[in-house]
Each structure stands twice: as structure tokens, then as C-alpha cells.
Ligand binder design. Structure first.
Ligand code: FAD
Length: 210
């Protein structure tokens, strides 16, 4: 393995490079990371109980995040850059029925504003620019699995997640993959840690020739 610090040789390797969240790339976004900008409603939603929040995105994740937050927040602004959602019909219908989900579409966030914490989003919508007073903005505009280095070596799905089974073995002997970088139904600390244990055990078995 060639790294910035030198070349390392090993008989087995566990790839656990995770993923990163796509950003909006608008003014103020970096400043309010962790101070109102969040990427996970189930992780941070409870911090905004009873408050007005926004979800940005139009896929299944955005709709699921909005529905989850609608159960604990006073109002959820769902902001999507297109006129149609790219989500399952059932989720779209459930969101349409929720009294406290307000849709803004097609609309784009143009800036994130506030003093010490996020307090407003600036939007460009069909009716022109507007400002939404919100305590948090949950970004659901996609994830980027950090698997570029394995392209052509380990098969990936259309989103770039490694196609590796529950045993964490890849198609390459001695190469294992664990955590958020692989295709799986739930990406959380507990499932990543479980993968780590499975991959380490599988790597040990491989080294022992089992
Ligand atoms: C903001 C946020 C809040 C979260 N809150 C929760 C929570 O409350 N509860 C929960 O269960 N889960 C939460 N999660 C999800 C949880 O953090 C992940 O599921 C878990 O960390 C995945 O572990 P991982 O080891 O697969 O990847 P990561 O923790 O992402 O670790 C991957 C590591 O690999 C490094 N890396 C990437 N590419 C390379 C490379 N080419 N070479 C060397 N190193 C590389 C990265 O820098 C990183 O250090 C949260 C995630 C985020 C982003």
C-alpha cells in the first residue's frame, strides 16, 4: 500500500475508509457545521425538539429525515432544488400529509446565516429570495463513499459502495472491507464496529490459511 508516509506491505488489509457527506457549497455552511448544520436527524434531531428546522434534499433520505423530525420539531421546512422528489411514493405521500412539513420546491439554499449558531437560511425560490428562520438545517444531499482507490479492484454499486458480503471479504484474497464504505442497510457506529470485528476475524482466518 502506497501512502503519503511511505509504502507499507501486509499480507492482509482491512479497508475502512468510510464516507463523506456532500455539501451545499454556499456561504456560511462551513462556519455552522456542528452549530446548526447537521447530517443526521436521528443523531442530532432531539437537540432541536419543539424548534423550527429545515431538511435539504429530495431523495428517500431527505424525506425520511423530514418525517422523523416532524415528530419532534414544531415545523420542518423541506427544501428541494427540483420540482419533483426522487423518493418512494409512500414517503412523498406521508410527507404531504404531515401538517408541520412545509415544502419549498424548486428552491435553493443560497446562504446560511447566524451569529454564533445558525439562525436563518437564505433561499432562492420560485417567488424570489426569502429568509427562513430555523434553528438547524439537516443536509441530505448525498454521500460520497471513500472508495475511489479501489475502483476497478473491488466491485461497487451505482453509488460507489463496495459490494462486500456480511463476512466483509472482498473478491480480492486478503482484502477485507468494513464499515460505512460497504453497501449495507444501516450505517452507524454499532454496525461499523461490528464489521470491524467480523473483518478482523476473517483476516486472521485468512492469515492462518483457514
Ligand atoms: C455528523 C455525524 C454524526 C453521526 N452521529 C452518529 C451517532 O450519533 N450514532 C451513530 O451510531 N452513528 C453516527 N454517525 C455515523 C457513524 O459516525 C459512522 O457510521 C461510523 O463512524 C462509520 O465508521 P467507519 O469506521 O466505517 O468510518 P469513519 O468513522 O468515517 O472512518 C473512516 C476513516 O478513514 C479515513 N480515510 C478515508 N479515506 C482514507 C484514505 N484514502 N486513506 C487513509 N484513511 C482514509 C477517514 O479520514 C476516517 O478517519 C454519525 C456520522 C456523522 C457524519
Amino acid at each position: 500500500m502506497q501512502t503519503a508516509a511511505g509504502v507499507y506491505q501486509a499480507r492482509a488489509l482491512i479497508w475502512a475508509a468510510g464516507q463523506t457527506s456532500r455539501r451545499l457549497n454556499v456561504p456560511g455552511e462551513e462556519k455552522f457545521l456542528g452549530r446548526g448544520i447537521s447530517f443526521c436527524a436521528t443523531c442530532d434531531g432531539a437537540l432541536y425538539r419543539g424548534r423550527e428546522v429545515a431538511v435539504i434534499g429530495g431523495g428517500n433520505t431527505a424525506l425520511e429525515e423530514a418525517l422523523f423530525l416532524a415528530g419532534i420539531c414544531s415545523r420542518v421546512h423541506l427544501i428541494h432544488r427540483r420540482a419533483e422528489f426522487r423518493a418512494e411514493k409512500l414517503l412523498v405521500e406521508r410527507a404531504a400529509k404531515a401538517d408541520n412539513i412545509v415544502r419549498h420546491m424548486p428552491a435553493k439554499v443560497t446562504a446560511v446565516l447566524g451569529e454564533k449558531r445558525l439562525s436563518e437560511l437564505e433561499l432562492a425560490g420560485p417567488a424570489g429570495p426569502e429568509k427562513l428562520p430555523v434553528a438547524a438545517a439537516f443536509l441530505a444531499v448525498g454521500k460520497i463513499p471513500a472508495n475511489a482507490l479501489l475502483a476497478g479492484l473491488v466491485p461497487q454499486d451505482e453509488a460507489g459502495y463496495l459490494l462486500v458480503g456480511e463476512d466483509c471479504r472482498t473478491n480480492v484474497p486478503g482484502l477485507f472491507a468494513a464499515g460505512d464504505c460497504r453497501r449495507k442497510p444501516l450505517r452507524q457506529l454499532v454496525t461499523a464496529a461490528a464489521d470491524g470485528a467480523v473483518a478482523a476475524t476473517a483476516a486472521l482466518a485468512y492469515l492462518r490459511g483457514a
